[in-house]
Design a protein around this ligand. Structure first.
Ligand code: ADP
Ligand code: MG
Length: 252
């Protein structure tokens, strides 16, 4: 092959490579186990969970109550440690990090959204969204601009001085999501985020998640009991008795 041709091939190859660049692995779980020992008996909550979640995915975890869904999400979110197995987050071995490093990794990358919102009752909407930014020592003008953006985007500017108990469930969850997004996470982890909501409000939250995933490229993992909610994502992990039984793509 002459040189020009080789260069041409190389160029084609290079452009193909970038066009088909594979998304990075965000989460790699390998043989994750979790058990609670009681009188010498090991009660397994998770057994040999091995899975990869790539940057940009929107994954739903489904399964019966007690299956281990929240435990799995909490391990991914670095709130709980597995008894056995390895967990790599963006190539970092989370299980071998000390607590300070793990908290730093958590604060830089992870936004949690809870079923019961977990807002602080004594703080206004504005202060709730601001709280994680104070932890991260984000400067005051940057804080103000991020919060203004989020309030605006979620149509809750008029609610900024209200307290959580003055809002509907759907509005509280919007604040919960705004708070999770304020720190500009790479991934949102949500444990039954619409579990306490009416269906219209649930739809609004799912539409928002889909937009955050598709337009802002935020990776999302949600636990849900609703087949309809799961359809907003691109993949469903079915778990039962702590084991991944099925891992299926959602056809769009
Ligand atoms: P899911 O979210 O799928 O309903 P969980 O992950 O919350 O399930 O819990 C899975 C199992 O782990 C349940 O049987 C629960 O009783 C058990 N479990 C969770 N936390 C503890 C604990 N601290 N001590 C003992 N068992 C626990
Ligand atoms: Mg649960």
């Amino acid at each position: 092959m002459n040189k020009d041709l080789r260069i041409a091939f190389g160029e084609i190859h290079a452009s193909r490579k970038s066009r088909f660049a594979k998304p990075k692995n965000m989460i790699q779980l390998t043989n994750i186990e979790k058990y609670y020992a009681n009188k010498g008996i090991k009660n397994y909550v998770l057994r040999l969970v091995t899975t990869t979640i790539k940057q940009g995915e929107f994954v739903s975890i489904m399964g019966p109550s007690g299956a281990g869904k929240s435990t799995l999400l909490n391990i991914i979110g670095m709130l709980e440690e597995p008894t056995y197995g390895t967990y790599e987050f963006l190539g970092e071995d989370v299980t071998s990090l000390n607590e300070r490093k793990r908290i730093e990794l958590y604060r830089n990358h992870i936004g949690f959204v809870f079923q019961a919102y977990h807002l602080i009752d004594e703080m206004t909407v504005y202060e709730n969204i601001e709280a994680p930014l104070l932890y991260k020592k984000v400067g005051s003008s940057e804080r103000a601009s991020r919060i203004a953006d989020l309030l605006d985007r979620f149509n809750i500017v008029a609610k900024k001085d209200l307290f959580p108990n003055q809002l509907s469930g759907g509005q509280q969850q919007l604040v919960g999501i705004a708070r999770a997004l304020a720190a500009q996470p790479s991934i949102i982890l949500a444990d039954e985020p619409t579990g306490n909501l009416q269906s219209a409000q649930a739809e609004e939250i799912m539409t928002l998640f889909k937009k955050l995933n598709q337009e802002d490229g935020i990776t999302i993992i949600q636990v849900t009991h609703s087949e309809k909610n799961a359809q907003y994502g691109n993949r469903i992990l079915h778990i039962a008795d702590g084991v991944v039984k099925e891992d299926v793509a959602v056809l769009s």
